[in-house]
Design a protein around this ligand. Structure first.
Ligand code: NI
Length: 170
């Protein structure tokens, strides 16, 4: 188990457009394992490679309650967004202690490669759709604060924390 350091707002890595992942080898699998370990340890529901300083199009997400259902997305692309939207709280492990209100599609369909390079499609709704949008934005140097309607106050965050455990930092 290797925990990598999560870079914070202000680090250049968070503002770069990441390159495609071309090799599906042990190096990638180690990155995926480390990203999962790092995400779980930080209590997040998603993590993108640039958040650990790796400028490649690699994402891990786990929105399951038991935190035992890892989704690995390599070179992902959103191929469909529902017109119906959701408006809710969003945070980011690279911006600890902050949160904002962001509107996202309620459902998205994503095309991605798995750890062996095989293409697959996945549909997500609600929190998973939000996590997919949030993490894919990271691959293009976009952060939720660029898109939020407003930032929550520290008081609102504290009040919200009790009932927002399942919608934790991404
Ligand atoms: Ni994030």
């Amino acid at each position: 188990m290797a925990i990598r350091k999560i870079v914070k707002l202000g680090d250049d890595a968070l503002r770069k457009v990441c390159k495609p992942q071309e090799k599906f080898n042990l190096r990638l699998w180690t990155l995926l394992k480390d990203m999962a370990d790092t995400m779980y340890q930080a209590g997040g529901v998603g993590l993108a490679a640039p958040q650990v300083g790796i400028l490649r199009r690699v994402v891990v997400i786990d929105c399951s309650e038991e935190q035992n259902h890892i989704i690995e997305l390599i070179n992902p692309e959103i191929i469909w967004r529902s017109e119906e939207t959701q408006c809710g709280r969003e945070g980011c492990l690279s911006l600890p202690g902050r949160a904002g209100i962001v509107t996202r599609p309620r459902k998205v369909r994503v095309k991605a490669q798995d750890r062996n390079g095989k293409w697959f499609e996945l549909e997500g709704e609600d929190l998973l759709a939000r996590a997919i949008c949030h993490e894919l934005d990271h691959l293009d140097g976009v952060l939720y604060i660029d898109e939020m309607e407003r930032e929550l106050t520290p008081e609102e965050i504290e009040a919200d924390n009790r009932r927002a455990e399942q919608e934790s930092e991404q």
